[in-house]
Design a binder for this molecule. Structure first.
Ligand code: VTB
Length: 439
């Protein structure tokens, strides 16, 4: 920190900072992603602790999609989402969302049946009322395609200042903690420039995540001991014993956990949600100094987007789903994982190819290391998250009997500005006046 002389006269540059903050955030960073994650978190709340994972997840997905399509002025394509179209009805990979999405004929039909076609549909939809009627009355309308030239192109939208984005989302990160009312369930959404986010299939990913001070100095291929030493030095700890490293409690990470412990560092074992814990590694005061080990790949890409905004680093390798996914303590035979992490099934290879994962040959050899920039190369981007149940970074949703809720969210983006957003909504302020959080 430079010394500030409080007695010197004010200069022009003193008032510059607030303007700089406003202008550094690009149009994508300014998209209201937290409105989307907040809606999802509040929608999940009634399902917390009910033991119903899918219902909790579906509540988040439906709320997100509705909010995106009604309120968020972008044209977005889901690149990391609920899965492939045939498996997921909503927020599937490839689905277009946002106010400026290209509506499906089915959606148009519904509009037509419910109402007259809203005038406001132009200027992004170049369809006449006759076109719509044409489409609308046929029963097989779902299969019909509206010719490309009828839609505003991405370029035309950009010229109007409308963001055209890739969307990465984990509508409910931690369906298990949500269903069992355990720590750390979160709703998550990120947006970046079109074509800048790795389309990661839903397989596993070996991750090494560190904060800004150790960024650029760790190496996923180096011995654990060396990486721990780099992290110790960068955080100015006297000893490796002061480091708290997060690893998922799974048989596939057993050897790694033993090694970290034998180097003297503490391991924080987690059952779920390695995304927010990875992000916490780049936030001082979170008591988390790094994340190591194998978790899921889509979550790894979302981690990368947030880590990039925070100036940290992630290094990652894609890993087959065949590795051990059981808790270390769950069964004795779960303890050892002798599977080759890179023995991908034919189906996994086909999926990677379909999703255009780069340098597949190297991936198959376990030699392809994805760095932060390989996972997200966008300059203008945004990441938002809202707590469902309380975790390391965010408090869970609180709902009032009298109607209303308190939510806790964070938002970060390309400019590096970090927003913590506490939202209090109360319907009946007579019975339930607004209070300072924590009082
Ligand atoms: C991981 C982790 C996620 O689910 O994917 C985990 O990255 C599932 O791992 O954050 P297993 O297949 O070993 O059970 C989460 O914890 C939550 O979605």
């Amino acid at each position: 920190m430079p010394d500030i002389d409080m007695n010197r006269p004010l200069e022009r540059s003193d008032t510059f900072l607030p303007f700089q903050m406003m202008h550094e955030a690009g149009p994508i960073e300014n998209v209201r992603v937290v409105d989307v994650t907040r809606a999802a978190a509040v929608a999940v709340k009634p399902w917390v602790g009910r033991g119903l994972k899918n219902e909790a997840d579906q509540a988040a997905v439906a709320a997100m999609r509705r909010m995106l399509n009604r309120e968020i002025p972008v044209r977005g394509t889901v690149v990391i989402g609920e899965g492939e179209r045939d498996k997921a009805p909503m927020l599937y990979i490839g689905e277009e969302v946002g106010i400026y999405r290209r509506l499906t004929p089915y959606e148009l039909t519904k509009l037509e049946l419910l109402d007259s076609v809203p005038e406001g549909m132009d200027p992004f939809l170049k369809l006449s009322r006759e076109d719509l009627l044409d489409l609308g009355v046929f029963r097989d309308v779902r299969k019909r395609k509206i010719p490309e030239e009828r839609w505003m192109t991405d370029e035309e939208l950009r010229e109007l200042g409308i963001p055209v984005v890739d969307i990465a989302t984990d509508p409910l990160e931690g369906t298990t903690p949500a269903a069992y009312n355990l720590e750390g369930a979160t709703t998550v959404m990120a947006m970046a420039e079109r074509g800048t986010v790795l389309h990661a299939p839903d397989i596993y990913m070996e991750k090494l995540v560190v904060g800004p001070s150790a960024a650029g100095q760790v190496d996923l291929r180096a011995p654990v001991k060396e990486n721990l030493e780099v992290i110790r030095r960068s955080l100015r700890r006297d000893s490796v014993h002061d480091l708290n490293i997060v690893v998922m409690n799974r048989g596939r990470n057993k050897a790694l956990i033993d090694e970290i412990r034998s180097c003297g560092a503490t391991v924080k074992l987690i059952e779920d949600c390695d995304m927010m814990r990875g992000i916490a590694a780049a936030i001082r005061g979170s008591q988390i100094h790094a994340l190591f080990g194998i978790g899921a790949a889509p979550e790894g890409v979302l981690t990368a987007i947030a880590i990039k905004a925070l100036g940290g680093e992630i290094q990652a390798r894609l890993v087959s789903r065949n590795v051990n996914h059981r808790d270390i303590a769950a069964k004795d035979d779960a303890a050892e994982d002798t599977t080759n992490a890179f023995a991908f099934s034919q189906e996994e290879i086909a999926r990677m190819k379909r999703m255009k994962v780069p340098e597949i040959e190297k991936v198959l050899e376990g030699e392809k290391i994805f760095h932060t920039e390989d996972l997200c190369s966008s300059k203008d981007f945004v990441f938002g998250a809202t707590g469902v149940t309380t975790g390391d970074l965010l408090k869970g949703v609180i709902v009032f009997q009298a109607g209303g809720a308190i939510t806790d969210s964070l938002k970060i983006g390309g400019s590096g500005i970090f927003h913590t957003i506490k939202t209090i909504y109360i319907k009946d302020k007579k019975r339930n006046p607004v209070r300072m959080p924590g009082s």
